[in-house]
Design a protein around this ligand. Structure first.
Ligand code: NOJ
Length: 746
């Protein structure tokens, strides 16, 4: 096996564009020539300057190493890019300094525009719950348009890390646990940010991150090691990155973690062989914040000198904030440890992007204060944010038709620590606009739609303390109302970078408050606003209506009110499995069956599972309800054999059997029944989101070709194996409504 992996590594290495080779021009006509001409003029120090990225002193996300005089460094051509600088005015001022450098090479301005810039969109995990690729692309498009109008050239997004562990705080930034859905979303978001292409005034460079496997940090502890077989790496974790390359992502960011003992930042297999080699990626790779220097703490290199040598040779083109390159590369070149051609390749990749952005024609083209003013925060963008926000909401439970709320209710009590929250509903990576912010809280959103209904309010408790001082007031407020809506969840900084949690239960004594309110006998709706799947078993078992709203951004309150009042029928489906307890983690729907599978949750004896806990999750991947109901029927296969390159089509009817119009996400899962190596119990292979009026039905057709049946074998070859495949169609990964099978003949 090891031999095979090594030989595969060698094969892939042959694909790699060795930096010394000349490449075919991937760029717009003339750009390669301009880059070569500029490169000829550059001193080694000027080249190294291009590989150096510093933070502005605004909004740093890590320790700012030795500030120095950055403005002076810019004037001397010692900095190629800055992050955390925003606004037409600031970026122009810094660009003016860059124009004083000998070669007048413009700076690149990068920022974490993760879920919106001025208008905050739902967190990426929430948007993934919409399963609406158009809406997701549009959200990135708007974020890109706003950022580009504010002097930004580059967003450090999308994060395309697959995440199967909700303890990891960064699950909020990604698209969840599934590779297929994650790959489509990666593509949509890259397309959204980059719009019609670099060079347009509303396009920013996308950055697929964190390359690679950062989402598999052991135990969900941020920055932790990743210990993973190469087959899992290739099959589960890499495809969204490949999708980002195929969608034209201009840049990649590597990751903090080591993969099987080799830090990603110094990992030549990952960056040179796979990304720049086999995948032919033409953009550049930026390190994560300080990750080049952090190879010292990893114990992989002894100092920044060695760190710079390892990182540049492994394909990390730009150094974010560790100062390893600026302080060591010149010496490394002189001492023959780094070939100048390696530096040239990295510089070329960066200069190409600066040319493509049009910065050499006009370094200030993105820094126009008038355009900025006109572009940001428009009613159209706010409306789009509201639309994506309501599409991201997942209805988890709705018994006794508590929802939607009637407009005829005399009074509704709004109770909980997040009723009036603004910042908390925006989420971790939202950009702080201070006083300019106008965010719609739940309270305000409800006021906008409550009509004659009287709204009562009590906070009840804080998000995470243990005082019950506010319970009595909350209970008496609930007693005066016809219905109670409770806004519970996480504070904005409880999920995000460095926000791993060992305990993912609803924080503080919020669930105690829910119990107290439920005891009043009033109909209760619990809204859960969070950046990750939480555990809330008592609520799930006892409260009649539960809505998972995540963190929805600027328009959160309006979007939630739309759903509560039935002006929008919820259609979101979970992009991550919700566990019953932390002990079940990692938990995901596409596991292997094992030799001792439990038949059901009662089958515990000598089975793969726990003797003290069900095997099933609380809520499965793909789960989500609607105010209407759907019926699946009439499954038809065009053939029961797949042979040659002829695909099989599978069709079925979907009918809205309820009283209101609604959207369903019909999901196609496949299982390869016998294979070597073994295959998961099911894998998402396609889905379709359709809107149906009451009583309306439609035929949905999925095409299954050989690509959908392919997988990596133990030699990391992408293959199919003949045999039987099971088809499962349903409304979630654990609600199969129709099944059938076909045989792959050859
Ligand atoms: C560290 C984070 O890991 C990364 O995602 C982010 O883009 C950088 N900091 C820059 O803020």
């Amino acid at each position: 096996m090891l031999k095979k992996i090594i030989s595969f590594t060698l094969i892939t290495f042959c694909f790699s564009i060795a930096y010394s080779q000349k490449k075919k021009s991937p760029t717009a006509p003339g750009i390669d020539e301009k880059v070569e001409a500029l490169l000829q003029k550059m001193t080694l120090d000027e080249k190294i300057g291009q590989l150096n990225q510093y933070t502005g002193d605004w909004e740093a996300t890590g320790p700012v190493t030795n500030s120095g005089n950055k403005l002076e460094d810019v004037k001397q051509g010692k900095i190629g890019s800055m992050l955390n600088v925003k606004g037409a005015k600031h970026t122009r001022a810094l660009q003016e300094a860059a124009m004083q450098s000998r070669l007048k090479i413009p700076l690149l301005f990068g920022l974490d525009v993760i879920h919106g810039y001025r208008v905050t969109f739902p967190i990426p995990l929430a948007e993934a719950a919409s399963w609406d690729l158009e809406a997701i692309e549009k959200s990135a498009r708007i974020a890109g348009t706003e950022a580009a109008a504010s002097g930004i050239h580059w967003t450090f997004a999308p994060m395309v890390d697959i995440a199967r562990d909700p303890r990891w705080g960064r699950v909020m930034e990604g698209a969840g646990e599934d590779t297929y859905l994650g790959s489509l979303i990666a593509k949509a978001r890259v397309k959204g940010f980059q719009g019609k292409g670099l060079g347009n005034l509303d396009a920013v460079m996308a950055c697929a991150k964190h390359f690679a496997a950062y989402g598999a940090a052991i135990g969900g502890r941020d920055y932790n090691s990743v210990d993973m077989g190469l087959r899992t790496l290739w099959e589960v974790y890499l495809p969204p990155f490949k999708a980002a390359v195929d969608a034209g992502a201009a840049t990649f960011m590597n990751s903090f973690n080591d993969i099987n003992g080799i830090p990603a930042t110094g990992n030549s297999y990952i960056q040179r062989d796979i990304l720049k080699g086999k995948w032919g990626f033409k953009g550049f790779v930026v390190s994560d914040w300080g990750s080049i220097g952090e190879m010292i703490q990893h114990g992989y290199v002894k100092d920044n000198y060695e760190a710079a040598e390892v990182a540049i040779n492994a394909g990390s083109d730009m150094d974010m904030e560790s100062r390893s390159y600026i302080n060591n590369l010149a010496k490394l070149v002189k001492e023959g440890k780094v070939k100048e051609e390696v530096i040239n390749d990295a510089v070329r990749r960066i200069l190409v992007k600066k040319f493509e952005l049009g910065l050499f024609d006009d370094p200030y083209r993105f820094s126009n204060e008038q355009r900025e003013k006109k572009t940001l925060n428009t009613p159209e963008f706010l409306e789009a944010a509201r639309d994506v926000a309501r599409k991201s909401i997942v209805l988890l439970k709705n018994e006794k038709q508590v929802l939607p709320l009637s407009k005829d209710l005399k009074s509704v009590a709004l109770i909980g620590p997040l009723v009036k929250a603004e910042k908390d509903m925006q989420g971790f990576w939202s950009i702080d606009w201070g006083k300019e912010d106008h965010l719609v809280s739940l309270y305000e959103g409800m006021q906008n739609q409550a009509g004659k209904t009287r709204l009562l309010y009590a906070k009840g408790c804080e998000i995470s303390d243990t005082s019950k001082a506010g319970f009595a007031e909350a209970v008496s407020t609930a007693q005066q109302a016809d219905v109670v809506v409770m806004a519970m969840g996480e504070k904005y900084d409880m999920s995000g970078e460095a926000k791993s949690r060992a305990n993912i239960h609803l924080p503080g004594n919020q669930e105690e408050l829910i119990k107290a309110i439920q005891a009043t006998g009033k109909p209760v709706v619990v809204l859960l606003m969070a950046g990750r799947p939480l555990v809330f078993n008592w609520t799930a078992d006892n409260v009649p209506a539960i809505v998972y709203t995540w963190w929805l951004g600027s328009q959160a309150g309006n979007a939630i009110a739309d759903v509560l009042y039935g002006n929008y029928n919820p259609s979101g489906k979970l992009p991550m499995t919700f566990p019953r307890s932390e002990g079940q983690i990692p938990i995901y729907y596409n596991y292997f069956n094992t030799g001792r599978p439990a038949k059901d949750d009662n089958d515990l004896n000598y089975r793969s599972g726990y003797i003290d806990m069900q095997k099933s999750p609380r809520y499965a991947f793909g789960y989500g309800l609607s105010y209407t109901t759907f019926e699946y029927g009439n499954l038809k296969l065009s053939d029961t054999n797949i042979s040659g390159n002829k695909p099989v089509t599978v069709s079925f009817t979907l009918k809205n059997t309820g009283n209101v119009a609604g959207e369903e996400v019909a999901q196609l899962y496949l299982q390869d029944m016998v294979a070597r190596p073994v295959r998961p119990v099911k894998e998402l292979k396609d889905f379709k989101k359709v809107m149906l009026k009451p009583g309306e039905s439609t035929t949905i057709t999925f095409t299954i070709d050989k690509e959908k049946l392919s997988f990596y074998n133990e030699n990391l070859e992408w293959i199919t194996q003949p045999g039987e495949f099971k088809i499962m169609i349903g409304s979630s990964s654990d609600a199969v409504k129709l099944d059938g099978s076909f045989t792959l003949v050859d």
